[in-house]
Design a protein around this ligand. Structure first.
Ligand SMILES: [Zn+2]
Ligand SMILES: [Zn+2]
Length: 345
């Protein structure tokens, strides 16, 4: 079968490898769609994975083509979505049901072979049923959607509150829809790419702010006539993280989801504000809760099936596996303006 292998940072190759054999508690999945995650880009281009020559890719959906000896509830032909985390189920976090915080986990596409391949083996505990009326491509968007729900619930958004979404990549696009579904009054999307803001409008955001043109704090005040209760940063850009803090009002909640790999300098007035306004600044990591993989995943799939959570406009590109090295070369040189990139093996 074909597989996209990361030898080391910047060295991605498409290879012919043997089709893997499922263990007794695993199934073999024919991958139908696999998305490029924001985390894949630094992993593939600059940082590398935990193992050399790993098959990348962790946001995927496909069809079961064979099952291990101990599998009873799944059959050949079943359509599935696969959460990428394989928790240890034994550490303190796992015992509390906080699987995102597991201290000894396995992970598709970074620690074990992933889904940018024609086939991948999957443990039974990681199988979720993909409804007939949800396409494989949309199924492969469950991971970013589940991440959005996790961040939104971390924010403790209440119905009637206002929220600002900083950065409308795929997770931000789902977060703004999730906030509206949870009863947010006004949701404002902030980005520097006009095309993404256009898509955010199509997905039901109330207002957009293009920060290439205007300041978020002032424009938000003009739009709402008050400060928003919640701001979530999906960019991981330090200046934007600081802006999220500057934007919220008294008892405001700020969630950081975007990974920055950088320090953060705050102005004196921003630090003062954290105290005086009694702000809550919270991290959000991954997408899991109890029972594994959690309500983030179940809710996303149900809402896809009900047509209430919309994924298609977020997918901007579709490629075959052979094109992967070239696609990542174009991402590196910045010659591809993309939101979700999907590979169809
Ligand atoms: Zn991901
Ligand atoms: Zn664990």
């Amino acid at each position: 079968m074909k597989a996209v292998k990361l030898y080391k940072a910047g060295d991605l190759r498409v290879e012919d490898v043997p089709i893997p054999e499922p263990l007794n508690n695993e199934v073999l999945v024919r991958v139908k769609a696999v998305g490029v995650c924001g985390s894949d880009i630094p992993r593939i281009l600059y940082i590398g994975a935990h193992k050399e020559r790993i098959t990348v890719g962790h946001e995927f959906a496909g069809e079961i083509v064979s099952v291990g000896k101990d599998i009873k509830d799944w059959r050949v032909g079943d359509r599935v979505v696969v959460p990428p985390l394989i928790p240890c189920y034994q550490c303190n976090s796992c015992l509390r049901g906080e699987y995102s915080l597991c201290s000894d986990y396995d992970y598709f596409g970074s620690r074990r072979d992933g889904a940018m391949a024609e086939y991948v083996t999957v443990p039974e505990a990681n199988l979720l049923r993909l409804p007939e009326n949800v396409s494989y491509e949309v199924g492969a968007m469950t991971d970013p959607a589940a991440n959005a729900w996790h961040a939104l619930w971390r924010s403790k958004l209440e119905p009637g509150e206002d929220m600002v979404v900083f950065g409308v990549g795929p997770i931000g696009m789902f977060a703004l829809q999730a906030a509206k579904l949870e009863g947010a009054r006004n949701v404002i999307a902030v980005d520097i790419v006009a095309g993404k803001l256009q898509t955010a409008k199509q997905l039901g955001v109330d207002h957009v702010i293009n920060t290439a043109k205007t300041s978020v704090v002032e424009t938000t005040m003009e739009i709402l006539g008050k400060e928003p209760e919640v701001a979530i940063d999906f960019t991981g850009v330090p200046s934007v993280q600081a802006e999220a803090i500057a934007t919220v009002g008294r008892h405001g909640r700020v969630v950081f989801l975007g990974i920055s790999h950088k320090g953060l300098n705050l102005l004196e007035e921003q630090v003062d504000k954290i105290l005086r306004y009694e702000l809550t600044i919270t991290g959000s990591w991954n997408s899991f809760s109890q029972p594994f993989p959690g309500r983030e995943w179940i809710k996303s799939i149900e809402l896809f099936a009900a047509g209430k959570l919309i994924a298609e406009p977020i997918i901007t590109h579709r490629f075959c596996l052979d094109e992967a090295p070239e696609v990542f070369r174009r991402i590196k040189e910045g010659s591809i303006e993309h939101n979700k990139i999907m590979f169809l093996p």
